[in-house]
Design a binder for this molecule. Structure first.
Ligand SMILES: [Zn+2]
Ligand SMILES: [Zn+2]
Length: 380
């Protein structure tokens, strides 16, 4: 079958043939791929020539945001049947550490995990994939056309879950006892800043709005960019960061309540990410999810930084990948995002290509680009 991805020692993205995978274990499921979303990780792998195939393998299919349909199941599979629409998690645990042995491979302690389409395992830019039942999540039939967002939304879900868990230390973030940060709704008296209005930033903005936070989203695009329309349709305010200092950005966010309770970094711009730390509010939390490439040295006052983190009880936390729980949370929220901010998710898909058209999909230079979806096989 046709596959699109990396060939060892050959820069860029290519097609090659892979054997159609077969069911080998009782708990395995064969999935017919329908759609695959591309994200910054995929584009960066190509741009920076990051080739991370398993030893002894000359190629690796890319693609990790997937929706498909179950084609066949092994004899031990209980929760899935042929015809079920599904999505699949990305990381496969190391099989050694306790988090991986307990379905939390996103928190792997050994670093010996693999990831489909990213790190040593074939991804989903192909016709079929086989995996174990535990990594395959059933999609409600009414969400199949949006389910390509499950993986990126699961990353936002995990980041915001970190905020909820860590800030449960802080039940008096506002005067209303019922507005706990672990509650579904934050009562409209918490303020959040999302850095970066790419797909992840927009999805994080949507989740923060679902929780009723005053939400500001910042990027470096002009006000008439489609990203900005999306941000505003969700009920967030857009801040054009060009020509603004980090302090000016945070001051704008502090207007509604006097505090900025949380920052969600989704830009992967290392300097922007670090320059915001000195302007964090007291007792606030800063979640970083973007992964910068290359090297960058900047100067900052280390004594002041440590003083501030300590005196103000601040938390800066990294959040990577996601597990099955976050996929299930994402599938619950996809429906709500879609009905509350109607049409937002389909508007995010600015470009669609067939699998055979992978070259223009990866070479795209459109400044209005938000999300690319590869249609492996049309929905009938
Ligand atoms: Zn592990
Ligand atoms: Zn409140």
């Amino acid at each position: 079958m046709l596959a699109v991805g990396m060939i060892r020692g050959k820069p860029g993205v290519h097609t090659f043939e892979l054997p159609v995978p077969e069911l080998e274990q009782a708990d395995e499921v064969l999935v017919r791929i329908k759609e695959v979303g591309l994200d910054g990780t995929d584009f960066n792998m190509v741009r920076y020539g990051i080739q991370d195939m398993a030893e002894g393998h000359p190629e690796m299919a890319m693609g990790h945001e997937v929706v498909g349909v179950v084609e066949a199941v092994g004899s031990g599979v209980k929760s899935l049947a042929p015809g079920d629409p599904v999505t699949m998690t990305v990381r496969r645990g190391c099989g050694i550490c306790h988090p991986c042995l307990h379905n939390q491979s996103d928190m792997c302690m050994t670093g010996l995990y693999t990831e489909r389409g990213i790190h040593k395992l074939n991804g989903f830019l192909t016709r079929f994939a086989v995996d174990r039942e535990q990594y395959i999540v059933k999609v409600p039939p009414e969400l199949v056309k949006l389910a390509v967002f499950t993986e990126p939304l699961s990353i936002a879900e995990k980041g915001i879950e970190q905020i909820r868990i860590i800030q449960s230390r802080f039940p008096w973030a506002c005067q209303h006892q019922e507005h706990s940060l672990t509650a579904r709704h934050w009562g409209g008296c918490k303020t959040a800043l999302v850095v970066g209005a790419g797909p992840l930033g927009i999805l994080a903005t949507a989740l923060l709005r679902l929780a009723d936070a005053y939400t500001y989203t910042t990027d470096i695009v002009p006000e008439d960019h489609p990203k900005v329309h999306l941000v505003r349709d969700i009920g967030a305010k857009y801040i054009d960061a060009r020509g603004k200092t980090p302090k000016e950005i945070v001051d704008l966010c502090c207007l509604p309540t006097g505090n900025l309770n949380m920052i969600f970094e989704a830009s992967g711009a290392a300097e922007t990410a670090v320059r915001l730390i000195p302007y964090m509010s007291r007792s606030s939390i800063y979640v970083m999810t973007g992964i910068p490439r290359g090297d960058l040295t900047i100067q900052l006052d280390a004594a002041e930084l440590v003083r501030q983190l300590v005196r103000y009880n601040q938390v800066v936390v990294g959040s990577v990948n996601s597990n099955r729980n976050h996929f299930e949370m994402a599938l619950k929220d996809l429906g709500e995002i879609n009905s509350r901010f109607s049409g937002m998710l389909s508007e995010m898909i600015t470009h669609r290509f067939s699998l055979e058209d992978y070259q223009p999909a990866f070479a795209l230079q459109d400044p209005k680009h938000i999300k690319t979806v590869i249609e492996v096989e049309p929905w009938d």
